[in-house]
Design a protein around this ligand. Structure first.
Ligand code: FRU
Length: 516
C-alpha cells in the first residue's frame, strides 16, 4: 500500500511522460522525470545497480513540497526513471521530504535516511520554519520504501542545547568498519547562541536505533549560516568533508579581480584526519592555525553534491548543477520546458597533495563519437571557427600554449550571430573568466566569474563537457572546475576561438551521442 499523496505524484509523473521526449533532455546529464529537481539524494549501489534519488517537485518547475524522485543506472550516465519513491504524507514530513542518503542494512534491505519537515507553528523566531527530524524509509518485499513506524529516529531531543531544531537536516549515512552505522547531519545554532553550524554525528548498531549526537565538527569561523548536505569519506589516507554553506560572504582570490568564493551559497572541501577515539574530525590547518577550506566548483551553478563509493571503490560526486539563488527565478529555459534542473556529470574524486581533483567518470567515454584532432593550431586575433567543431553536445579537450606578451586566449560556445558564452584565459594574471552575459539571459543574475588558476607559464589545459544547456569545465587536469548553465536556443551551436597575441592550441573534440 502506498499513500494517496505518493499515488497522486506517480499518476501525475506518468501522465506527463509523453510530453517530454528524450531529445528534449540533455544527452548525458540527469534531469527530473517531470517538474523540479534539486539535490541528489540516496546515491548508492544496491541490487546490482546504481540508485539516484532526488529532491523533486513533480507538479511544477518550481521548488515546492519535496518528494523523492528515483532512477537507476548501470553506468551513472544514462538513467532509467522509476516511480517517485516518497511523498510528504505523514505528520513529521508533511511539509517535505528533504535531502538524505542511503545504505544497505545487514539483512540486505535498502534503507533511506532523510529529513522530514513537520510542524511550523512553534518556530520561536516566528518565521514559520518547519521542525526538522531525521527519518527512515526501508525497501520491503513489495518493492516500496516504507516509512519506518518508529520515525522520527533522530529529533530535537538528540541535539546539543544550543542547536536549532528548525535547521537540522541532510543526514549522510555510512557503514563503519565494524559494521555499525554513522550519520552526519547539519545543524544551525540558535540565534541566541553564537550562530554558526554544527555537523553532528550519530551512531547506531543496526541502522534503525540511533543515540544522541556528538559534535563532529564546528564551524568556529562562521562561514555562511548553515552547512547543508555534508559528506564524509576517505581518499587514500585522508578524510574529506564536503558540505554546502549557505549565505557566505564573498572572498577575494589570489589574483587581482579574481574571487575564491562569491557571496551566496557555495560548496567547500576540507581535508583532515578522523580521530576514531573521540569520533571527531581534525581538519588540516592554514598558516594562522584555522581550518582550511577550499572551493569545490568555481563556476556559477553547482551545489549540494553527494558523494558515492562505486562498487569498484571509486569515489564519485554528483552535484545539483544549479545555483539555488537563481533556481527559482523565471529563467529562459523554464518557459517551454516540463522539467527544470539537472545534475552534474558524475565526477571521480582523487587528491593531489591536499588538493581535490575532479574528473568526469570514465563511463562517459562510451558516449563519445566523431573524434576530431587538431595539433598546433595558431589562434588569430578574431573569433574563428574550426572545420567540424560545432554543436551543443561536445566533449572537448584543449591544450593552450601562449607565448610571451600574449594577452589572452579563449573560446565562445553556444554561439550564433547574437549570442555566446565565453571562456577567457589571461596568462599574465593566470586567471580564467567565464561569462554568460550574452547567452540570452534577461535577468540580472550572476553571469561572470573570474578565478585564479595555477601558473603553468602560459599553458592551460581544459576539458569542456558541453551538453545543450550547460558547460562543465575541468581546468588543468581537474585541479579546478567551473560549471554553468545557459539557456541559449539550441540553434546557437557555433564554437569559436581567438587569441590576443601568439597562442597555439591542440584540441581533441568528440560529439556526445544520444545513444551508446
Ligand atoms: C540544499 C537543500 C537541503 C534541503 C533540500 C530541500 O539545496 O536546501 O538542505 O534538504 O535542499 O529541498
Amino acid at each position: 500500500m502506498i499513500s494517496k499523496e505518493l499515488a497522486k505524484a506517480r499518476e501525475y509523473e506518468a501522465s506527463q511522460e509523453a510530453s517530454v521526449k528524450d531529445e528534449d533532455r540533455p544527452v548525458c546529464h540527469f534531469t527530473a522525470r517531470t517538474g523540479w529537481l534539486n539535490d541528489p539524494n540516496g546515491l548508492s549501489f544496491y541490487d546490482g545497480t546504481y540508485h539516484l534519488f532526488y529532491q523533486y517537485h513533480p507538479y511544477s518547475t518550481y521548488w515546492g513540497p519535496m518528494h523523492w524522485g528515483h532512477a537507476i543506472s548501470r553506468d551513472l550516465i544514462r538513467w532509467k526513471y522509476l516511480p517517485a519513491a516518497m511523498a510528504p504524507d505523514t505528520e513529521y514530513d508533511k511539509a517535505g521530504c528533504f535531502s538524505g542518503s542511503a545504505v544497505t542494512l545487514a539483512d540486505g534491505r535498502h534503507m533511506l535516511i532523510y529529513t522530514g519537515c513537520g510542524d511550523s507553528s512553534e518556530d520561536p523566531t516566528g518565521k514559520g520554519r518547519w521542525l526538522q527530524t531525521q527519518n527512515l524509509a526501508i525497501l520491503e518485499s513489495d518493492g516500496e520504501y516504507h516509512k519506518y513506524e518508529g520515525n522520527p529516529v533522530i529529533s530535537k531531543e538528540d541535539l546539543p542545547e544550543d542547536a536549532d531544531p528548525y535547521e537540522f537536516r541532510d543526514p549522510y549515512i555510512w557503514k563503519a568498519s565494524d559494521g555499525t552505522y554513522r550519520a552526519l547531519a547539519a545543524c544551525g545554532r540558535t540565534e541566541t547562541s553564537e550562530g554558526g553550524t554544527y555537523l553532528l554525528m550519530y551512531s547506531s548498531d543496526d541502522g534503525i536505533h540511533w543515540g544522541s549526537g556528538k559534535v563532529f565538527f564546528e564551524d568556529e569561523r562562521k562561514i555562511g549560516v548553515m552547512w547543508e548536505c555534508p559528506n564524509f569519506f576517505t581518499l587514500g589516507k585522508k578524510h574529506i568533508l564536503i558540505a554546502s554553506p549557505m549565505d557566505m560572504q564573498a572572498e577575494e582570490g589570489e589574483a587581482v579581480g579574481s574571487i575564491r568564493f562569491p557571496q551566496g551559497n557555495n560548496v567547500c572541501c576540507i581535508t583532515g584526519r578522523y580521530d576514531e577515539k573521540s569520533e571527531t574530525f581534525i581538519p588540516d590547518k592554514d598558516r594562522a592555525g584555522r581550518f582550511r577550506y577550499d572551493p569545490v566548483d568555481a563556476g556559477l551553478d553547482f551545489y549540494a553534491p553527494q558523494v558515492l563509493t562505486m562498487n569498484d571503490g571509486r569515489k564519485v560526486m554528483i552535484g545539483w548543477m544549479q545555483d539555488p539563488r537563481t533556481g527559482n527565478t523565471e529563467s529562459n529555459g523554464r518557459r517551454e520546458s516540463r522539467f527544470f534542473g539537472q545534475m552534474s556529470i558524475p565526477r571521480e574524486l582523487s587528491l593531489k597533495g591536499d588538493r581535490l581533483i575532479q574528473w568526469p567518470v570514465s563511463e562517459l567515454e562510451a558516449y563519445r563519437t566523431d573524434r576530431d584532432v587538431w595539433k598546433g593550431l595558431e589562434l588569430a586575433p578574431i573569433w574563428i571557427r574550426i572545420p567540424g567543431i560545432s554543436g551543443r553536445c561536445k566533449d572537448i579537450s584543449l591544450d593552450i600554449k601562449t607565448r610571451r606578451k600574449c594577452k589572452g586566449a579563449g573560446m565562445r560556445f553556444a554561439a550564433d550571430e547574437n549570442h555566446y558564452t565565453e571562456l577567457w584565459y589571461d596568462p599574465e594574471k593566470s586567471v580564467i573568466t567565464i561569462d554568460r552575459s550574452h547567452s540570452g539571459l534577461v535577468e540580472s543574475i550572476p553571469a561572470r566569474r573570474t578565478i585564479k588558476v595555477s601558473d603553468r607559464r602560459g599553458r592551460l589545459s581544459l576539458r569542456i563537457i558541453l551538453d545543450k544547456w550547460s558547460a562543465e569545465i575541468f581546468i588543468n587536469d581537474g585541479e579546478q572546475t567551473m560549471s554553468l548553465t545557459f539557456y541559449t536556443d539550441l540553434s546557437a551551436e557555433e564554437i569559436r576561438f581567438r587569441a590576443e597575441g601568439e597562442a597555439l592550441m591542440d584540441m581533441t573534440a568528440y560529439t556526445l551521442a544520444e545513444s551508446e
